[in-house]
Design a protein around this ligand. Structure first.
Ligand SMILES: *Cc1c(COP(=O)(O)O)cnc(C)c1O
Length: 392
């Protein structure tokens, strides 16, 4: 076999996103032992930087070894014991996955459903809490990557407090792209992934937990069914002063995350959020000019993930294939009931740039002209350019 050289790609799908060269470089420096004091300092830096992006003072703020789904699994498997009821918002793939994990832990998932593309109304969560008797937790997806819906979160922590339930939030796609206010919104467990708006390769799940959630874990009647994701054991590795071996930390991934978080810090969170807003506004203007309308209603559209309905006269899969093979651009197709019906365009982290928006719109126009569904060349670029000139 010969050396693998990946083809050039512009990653504008639902993740992974483009990675800054500084992050790739960080992954190629020599290893340290996972208990080396120099490496423990790297872990401390990551904890400090993660507390900033999560907007929390939580002592327990770490990076779990594993992708975003490991963060999801850790949050459920540590808190939910057999028989526990959990209210889960289900309006896409990731809410569905949360409910599945709850049931695999022997819990009872009380699904509060909404059509794919819509948000879960906060009042529906409160109503479910009122009629359900004792509930261990409420679990919601902040940024539903399968539909592009932006879930309102800020009021729900209060409902959870009133009903003595913990509040679990999936911030895999939202963290680093829109505000995630763990302390202010009363979130008890929040997890994310590295490969979306943090623009780091997949492999770690940033994770933070309140003292209330930690106390709940300490009072478990049964041991956590997962040894690998047992946060009680993992706490002993991350906590300063104990640093007990649990599993070998993925050293190079943690180097990468430290560098990716340094880039976030250098840009500043509010500038980063504004960049996501601006580029998504230009993208949506361009897509609308091509007759491609976002699925979620105005006001509930994620800036980092735009899910548009593809009209039936456009060959959805053929366009994605042309984008990839002719232009080297990756976008995502639909999942589950949206398969073949939507495109999911990600502008996450490093991928979120004016040049990338214009490159994609230009490629779509060119494909549309060749296939006959674009008749006025330049409409999408003009609409995007107008957005940029209005705001710049
Ligand atoms: C991507 C994603 C996940 C899962 O992350 P993986 O890194 O694929 O394991 C979970 N929740 C949401 C909202 C996601 O977008």
């Amino acid at each position: 076999m010969h050396e693998f050289v990946p083809p050039q790609r512009l990653l504008l799908g639902p993740g992974p996103s483009m990675v800054h060269p500084r992050v790739l470089q960080a992954m190629s420096v020599p290893l340290l032992g996972h208990l080396d004091p120099a490496f423990l300092a790297v872990m401390n830096d990551i904890q400090t930087l993660l507390r900033q992006v999560f907007a929390t003072t939580n002592r327990f703020t770490i990076a779990i070894s594993g992708t975003g789904s490991a963060g999801m699994e850790a949050s459920i498997v540590n808190l939910v014991e057999p028989g526990d009821a959990v209210v889960v918002g289900v309006n896409g793939v990731f809410g569905t996955r949360l409910a599945t994990v709850v049931e695999r832990c022997g819990g009872k998932a009380i699904r509060v459903e909404a059509p794919w593309g819509q948000i879960i109304e906060p009042d529906a969560i409160e109503a479910a809490l009122q009629r359900s008797g004792p509930v261990k937790a409420v679990a919601l997806v902040h940024a539903e990557t399968s539909t592009g819906a932006w879930q309102p979160i800020d009021a729900i922590g209060r409902f959870c407090r009133n009903h003595n339930a913990l509040f679990i939030v999936d911030a895999v796609t939202s963290l680093g792209g829109v505000p995630v206010e763990v302390d202010e919104w009363g979130i008890d467990v929040c997890y994310s992934g590295t490969q979306k708006c943090l623009s780091c390769p997949p492999g770690l799940a940033p994770f933070t937990m309140s003292e209330r959630a930690l106390a709940t874990i300490k009072q478990r009647r049964t041991p956590c069914q997962s040894w690998y994701l047992d946060m009680g054991l993992i706490a002993d590795y991350w906590a300063e002063g104990s640093r007990a071996y649990h599993h070998t930390a993925p050293i190079s991934m943690l180097y990468a995350l430290r560098e990716a978080l340094r880039l976030v810090e250098e840009e500043g969170l509010s500038a980063r959020f504004a960049r996501h807003q601006l580029n998504s506004a230009a993208l949506v203007a361009g897509l609308m000019a091509l007759g491609l309308a976002p699925l979620p209603p105005v006001g509930h559209r994620l800036p980092m993930l735009t899910c548009v309905t593809v009209p039936t006269h456009i060959d959805e899969a053929a366009v994605r294939s042309q984008l990839l093979h002719t232009f080297g651009i990756e976008i995502g197709g639909g999942l589950g009931p949206l398969k073949g019906k939507v495109w999911r365009i990600g502008l996450m982290g490093e991928s979120c740039a004016e040049a990338n928006v214009l490159t994609l719109l230009n490629a779509l126009e060119e494909i549309g002209i060749r296939s006959g569904w674009v008749s006025t060349p330049g409409v999408a670029l003009q609409a995007a350019a107008r957005t940029y000139s209005r705001i710049h």
